[in-house]
Design a protein around this ligand. Structure first.
Ligand code: GDP
Length: 193
């Protein structure tokens, strides 16, 4: 059963002028390319293929907005971290997320981090972007790839690196690990519709 049965793709924005009206509450999802962000969104919203809309040709470099229910949105940010990304793409990313940060509706940021890779320089950049003023929740994704003791070591290492700058948890879209915890965090940030 979806927590957000009415979820729908709202719009893709290539520039801040295309963002939807800044009314209500929204939470942004970001992560290095291939970190498992689309899978995490699909697992949390419980709509298979929802974030596939963000992966449609031409949409991967756009900011994609989904309406969870009236006045509550999820924002899927373009993946980052490919050094080979054209300079023009990197130049357009910063103004987009700077404009996002200025939105009154933005309640916080989920950062998807491959548990085997740990928090990267690009992820650190996002943490700086979010601070001060925006909460960050880190999903250590693909936790099913590690055994229990490896996963708890990775969790400890990430917590040590974060030093309280973000909350964090283990997550596996494949196995369902941590999905409820992520849903609870998302819903508490968004508040009542
Ligand atoms: P995105 O680029 O960050 O949106 O990442 P995707 O969600 O497309 O996932 C990238 C790759 O990681 C795909 O091959 C997924 O099947 C795989 N993947 C994503 N989540 C999980 C997970 O929880 N467990 C495992 N084992 N693989 C995953």
């Amino acid at each position: 059963m979806s927590r957000f049965p009415g979820v729908r793709f709202l719009t893709s924005a290539a520039s801040p002028g295309q963002f939807p009206p800044d009314i209500g509450a929204e939470v942004a999802f970001a992560g290095r390319s291939n970190a498992g962000k689309s899978s995490a969104i699909n697992a949390i919203v419980r709509r298979q293929g929802l974030a596939r809309a963000s992966k449609a040709p031409g949409r991967t470099r756009l900011v994609n907005f989904f309406e969870l229910d009236a006045g509550r949105r999820l924002i899927d940010l373009p993946g980052y971290g490919y050094a080979s990304a054209p300079a023009t793409e990197r130049r357009t990313w910063a103004p987009l997320i700077d404009a996002l940060r200025a939105r009154a509706s933005l309640r916080g940021l989920f950062v998807i981090v491959d548990v085997r890779r740990g928090i990267t320089v690009g992820d650190e950049g996002l943490l700086e972007w979010a601070s001060p003023g925006h909460r960050v929740h880190v999903l250590l994704s693909k936790a099913d790839k590690l055994n229990r003791s490896e996963a708890s070591r990775a969790l400890g290492a990430a917590a040590a690196q974060l030093q309280g700058r973000a909350s964090l948890q283990l997550f596996s879209a494949l196995k369902g690990t941590g999905v409820e915890e992520a849903q609870r965090t998302l819903e508490s940030w968004l508040g009542q519709a």
